[in-house]
Write a protein that binds this ligand. Sequence first.
Ligand code: ADP
Ligand code: ADP
Ligand code: MG
Length: 644
Amino acid sequence: MFDKILIANRGEIACRIIRTTRRMGIATVAVYSDADAHALHVEMADEAHHIGGSPVSDSYLVGNRIIQAALDSGAQAIHPGYGFLSENPEFVEAVEASGLIFIGPSSRAIRAMGLKDAAKRLMDRAGVPVVPGYHGEAQELVVLATKAREIGYPVLIKARAGGGGRGMRRVDDPDAFHEALAAAKREAKAAFGDERVLVEKYIEKPRHIEVQVFGDMHGNVVHLYERDCSAQRRHQKVIEEAPAPGMSDEMRAAMTEAAVTAARAIAYTGAGTIEFIVDASEGLRPDRFWFMEMNTRLQVEHPVTEMITGVDLVEWQFRIASGQPLPLRQEEIPLDGHAFEARLYAEDAAKGFLPAIGTLHHLEFPQGPGVRVETGVRPGDAISPFYDPMIAKLVCHGHDREQALSRLYKALTHTRIAGSVVNTAFLAALAGDSDFAAGEVDTGMIERKHAELTKMALPNFRDVALAAVGANRIAVTPSGQDPWDALGGYAHFHPIERSVQLLFGEEEVAARVSVNRNGSARVAVGPMTTTIAQDAGSGEAVRWPGHVTVFAGPSTHNFVVPDPFEQAEAHAAGGDALRAPMPGLVKIVRAAAGDTVIKGQSLLMLEAMKMEHTITAPHDGVIEEITEQGSQVTEGTVLVRFRE
Ligand code: ADP
Ligand code: ADP
Ligand code: MG
């Protein structure tokens, strides 16, 4: 077994790998970018090496710097996690050429499965059912259009180098094929640098069911049952579970056998996942599933498999990479109960799932039997625009599906995050959906129920009152002191009524708050009044700069508390400054100091969250100072200062 390994990743997966290494007595080396200098994975590792700037192309994707860090630190092996370099065969070869061990499959196996068309041809030859389609070399419109007609509409055009749900186009009608093909090729070229596509049958009422496999260097291959990842949004997994609901013994036998055959066909070693697409229009039938692709790495959703089998998949990865045989034979692998995983993201479900950023001023995860939380952040950490905005994975196990699902729902309602926009309410709506509860899920379900699942509950009067009390605490707190002490101090006097201004979205709320001798607060908004007990406010409402966040079941309500001091300060600090609304990269600067600009004129372009935001002049004026092109800015940085 290894004494020391390097983890070529960040976030929750790096932390999760470290937990297993600690148990096994293996020392760890973390790598980190500028933005991650104080990240949790850096703190948890035994040592850490800086590998470059914040963008992934300058750090987590720079293979030679990572290999050098491994050599410098005396690590014997590299665990790639998922994403980044985990499925890059050139990286595997470079790792091996430098005398280190790659904790994963061979570069040959990764190459065999790297391109979807070649992988499908290979699987077809190995006798694994493959989605009917054209996986050949020809790329001419006439050939592909003819193949599409033969396959029968609807068809799916897929980038052969695609991943992460991108580079796919469904076509329902021959007349739309030409245009869809051009668009798919453009998208594939831009995202993957490879415009080649394949065309396959679009499966109706599709379910995504995948099988976890493991191979060792002694020719053994086992499976660890299936996971159902049909709850998807834009081909991206949202909630995953194991085992698949409605799975019959016959169907499971057929699918797991096909998966093991697939792994054997490429002499696979380590952890891998065979993804299948299933036609569930008439239930699960053993002749209605087809190979879709193989992911030659540890999967994001691997914890659900760990929860039902009791196997630590990362431990198995270490054992296999160090040459040991598989720890269990097929018949020794248990299947116990049911597990769900929900991916908690910083994103705004109500605004088309716009990715969000921000500082996690408050971060509270649920605890309880069968609940496991995988995260790479702590309170006070930032979700930056540089990486995937996943905050955590909530994993829940139960003795059956119903118990596991009810634990997941409860866990979501006990997840309290303030400082960014989070998708907890959306996840809870899905976990609480009656079709989902019945196991009636296909990959189109979220889209069909989009309006229902993303409809955000409005705060009720009690929520508003909690926000007003929270905001009042800000107003009366002398700096540096505990707010409740301060309240105690003036509760000796006759209760003073204060007015509190709040903003909920565009809506202004004017409340009056008075604190009683016993610490409870009376809140009035217009003619309505209510009393909030002192201890009630502490867990349900949290304050952070400029805001109060109220947690109401699965809902998170963010109120803005306009701060007169802050506004005055901003004015004093240069009268008229335009600040960055979020951290990002100043991509293009279109004006210079001394320029006279008019209201609405585009001044610069800020790239954040993989999107471009144009910053325009808020009024006519003369620019005194403007930020430099190419600079990285944090939220609130002054981008432009106008002359008085
Ligand atoms: P899974 O089936 O495990 O969800 P995906 O292909 O969607 O697999 O990717 C897994 C994770 O890896 C995603 O959450 C994504 O953030 C990350 N990822 C995928 N591709 C890349 C990449 N090229 N660079 C960085 N991260 C990536
Ligand atoms: P990626 O590499 O982006 O993960 P996949 O080939 O695994 O690409 O497909 C991603 C998702 O797209 C699947 O989980 C499924 O929801 C959908 N999908 C893929 N192929 C088909 C198909 N032939 N018919 C219907 N849906 C499909
Ligand atoms: Mg996939």
